[in-house]
Each structure stands twice: as C-alpha cells, then as structure tokens.
Ligand binder design. Structure first.
Ligand code: PMP
Ligand code: GLU
Length: 393
C-alpha cells in the first residue's frame, strides 16, 4: 500500500504512545502507575463548562470564521495585555484546534523546502516532526544538565546559518520544566533580531511556573515582537486538553496566511469550545491558582524523593508539570537481570517489572533521562515513587 515518503518518515508521538500503552495495561486489569502524557488530572472548572452549555443551548452550533470568532480573538488580545503587557489586535490572532495545530500552521506558513528551524534539545517530541511535515529541516541545539538544559545566546549564534528561518523557544519547557530569565531572553532576542529569524515562542506552560516570573520574549521590544509568533492554549492552564483550543499571536500578514491555510485544512475550531474559551480567558482565574498550588506540592515531593534515591537524580523544575530524571549512573548496570543500555531500556523494564510508565528521553532528543509527568494524583505519585525505590533496590 502506498504511503507518502513524508508521512512514512514521521515517528509516532512517544508521549502519546506511552500513555496509550499504560491505558491498555490498565484496561487489562493491571495496576499501572501512569506518568506518560502531560494531561492535568483536574476537571475543567465549572464556570467554563457552564459557558459551553449556555453556548450549546443558544444555538452556537454553526461554522464560525475559520480563524476563530471575533469575540474569542478579543478575549485573547485582552489576555495578552493582562498577562504579558502585549498589545495585539484581533487580526493578529489565529485560533486553532489546540496549540499542536497552531504549531503545524506556523511551520507550514514559514518554511520552504530546506529551511532550517533550530530546536533546543531536550525538546517536546512533536517539534521536529512538525517541521519535517512542512518540508523544513529540524536542527537540534543540544543542552545539558550543566546549564540547566538552557542554551546560551552564543550557542544560538553558532547554530544560525543562511538557511535558518526560526528558533523554537519553549519556556517553561516540556520536558525539563526549565524557564529562561528576562536577562537570558534579552540576549537571545538580540541574536534573533540581528539575524532576522522568527522566534516561535511556545508559552503553553506560562501559568504553571513555581519560581520566578514568566517573561514573553515578545515583550522585550518592538523589534523582537515583530519577529515573534506566540503559541498558547487552554489545555494546561484550564485543564481543557479535550476541548482542543490553541491560538497564536503574530504579525497580521502571517496571521492572515495561517488563517487561509486553516480555512482549507480544518475550518474553524469547535464553536462550543471557542465560547467556553472566552469564559476561561475572561472569567474568574482562581481555579488556575488552586491547580498550580497542587502541582507545586507534587513537584516538591517528587524532587525530594527522587534525589534521596541511589542511581537517579533530577534538577528541580521551575515550571510545567514534568520531572526530567537522569538515569546516567545506571547505564551499563544490570537491573532485574537486564543490562540497562539507555533510557528506552530503563523505561521498558520499569514498566514490565514495576508497572510504572514514564517517557524515555530518546524522543526528546537526548539520551539517558526519563520524563515523569506530575499531572496526576498525589496517590499515584506516591505509589509510583515507592515502586521506583523498590525497583532500584
Ligand atoms: N506545546 C507543548 C510544549 C506541549 O507540551 C503541548 C502538550 N500537548 C502542546 C504544545 C500542545 O497542546 P494542545 O495541543 O493540547 O494545546
Ligand atoms: N504535551 C503533552 C505531553 O508532552 C501531551 C501529549 C502530547 O500531545 O504529546 O505529554
């Protein structure tokens, strides 16, 4: 059967694959502690659900403009003014079926064949595949624990070639949880402005930051704002993963191009979810603080327990809901009769022997780490770490 070269070359999402595997084992009655997908375990706040019911009953069941309703674009502009001190107009906003879709639109709109996109590693699994789908070339910029998995402006400068069109910046980061400071971003912005490249700034975890302030690189000056495409969405902040709403803010010409693409590829995102998102952005924000406080507790617990164990360690993440655990010390050692050659092995043996599902770092572009998502109950976290402790002993 014919399958295109482009799609044949795409790897499946490692995060979603682990999540599916854990769910499959659970369905078979096996007691798996799942730390795969980064999906908040909280329910969507009631005021947002009520807004969806109202929209449904009011007949909000038709096509909307392909790039989103004016009401929602205005709510997105108000969010950028309130949270990031940024002024955008509705013609600069495109609303899509999740931030994942927003990112695909971006690379389709900015890449020509052979154009390079710089992706700091470790990176979220989907970035390189999205760039490849758009005929672009992903260029990995490797970082290590020594710099808290952050790249420097000098490193970026060295990676830029005449073919570079964009840098992906993801702060706070999935999978490491690290966030860039204002000073670091200022240095990075200088390099991007000097070379005239886009910054694709994925800020989906902005409200899940437990240390320091979130700074949008676009807020550092008019030059860098003109080159930045901000990606955000409601999945993480409002526990709305299933509703599928994400959005971008960019130069109006680029927004128009992405809107045109979307008008043929998918049309508007779900009309009811758009109405619910207006309430999420304009309504009371207290539930965000409640969820964040709970995530912070889980983070502290995980970090202290992991660092008390032999053979594994982690750096305390600043934000998001992931702990990136090093297994470097275990490589070459034998655990439960099997030699650990890397993170893939480790994750597989941990799942088989201890019934704990984590994501190996190969999919994130570096070796010898596994990612734990703490967007799951404290009870599951305790169970998972007890099992890890027993497994390592
Ligand atoms: N960016 C990052 C860094 C993510 O972790 C995710 C999570 N899936 C997304 C974008 C996409 O989120 P969504 O499509 O659910 O809005
Ligand atoms: N972004 C989340 C994660 O990395 C959800 C799964 C996905 O879309 O990849 O786990």
């Amino acid at each position: 059967m014919k399958i295109s070269k482009k799609v044949s070359a795409i790897a499946p999402s490692a995060t979603l694959a682990i999540d599916a595997k854990a769910k499959e084992l659970k369905a078979q009655g096996i007691d798996v502690a799942g730390f795969g997908a980064g999906e908040p375990d909280f329910d969507t706040p009631q005021n947002i659900k009520d807004a969806a019911v109202r929209a449904l009953n009011a007949g909000c069941t038709k096509y909307t403009p392909a790039s989103g309703t004016l009401e929602l674009k205005k709510a997105v502009c108000a969010k950028f003014a309130r949270d990031n001190g940024l002024t955008y107009t509705p013609d600069q906003i495109v609303v899509s079926n999740g931030a994942k879709h927003s990112l695909v639109n971006i690379f389709m709109a900015i890449c020509d064949p052979g154009d390079e996109v710089i992706i700091p590693a470790p990176y979220w699994v989907s970035y390189p595949e999205m760039v490849k789908l758009a005929d672009g070339v992903p260029v990995s910029l490797e970082t290590t624990a020594a710099t808290h998995f952050k790249f420097t402006a000098e490193q970026l400068e060295r990676a830029i070639t005449p073919k570079t069109v964009a840098l992906i910046l993801n702060s706070p980061s999935n999978p490491t949880g690290m966030a860039y400071s204002r000073e670091e971003l200022e240095q990075i912005a200088k390099v991007c402005v000097k070379h005239g490249i886009y910054v694709v700034s994925d800020e989906i975890y902005e409200h899940l930051l437990y240390e320091g302030e979130h700074v949008s690189i676009a807020s550092l000056g008019e030059d860098i704002k003109a080159q930045t495409i901000i990606v955000n969405g409601v999945s993480k902040t409002y526990a709305m993963t299933g509703w599928r709403i994400g959005y971008t803010a960019s130069d109006a010409k680029l927004a128009k191009a992405m809107g045109n693409l979307q008008s043929h590829a998918s049309s508007n995102p779900n009309s009811i979810a758009q109405a619910a998102t207006v309430e999420a952005l304009n309504g009371p924000q207290d539930s965000v603080a409640v969820m964040k406080a709970e995530f912070a507790k889980r983070r502290d617990y995980m970090v202290s327990r992991i660092n008390a164990m032999n053979g594994v360690s982690c750096i305390a993440p600043h934000g998001a809901f992931y702990v990136f655990m090093s297994i470097e010390e275990l490589v070459g050692k034998t655990l439960h009769g099997k030699v650990i050659t890397g993170a893939n092995d480790f994750a597989q043996i941990l799942l088989e022997e201890a019934k704990v599902a984590v994501v190996p770092s190969e999919g994130f572009g570096i070796p010898n780490y596994v990612r734990w998502s703490y967007a799951t109950s404290m009870e599951t976290i305790q169970k998972g770490l007890d099992r890890l402790e027993a497994f390592l002993r």
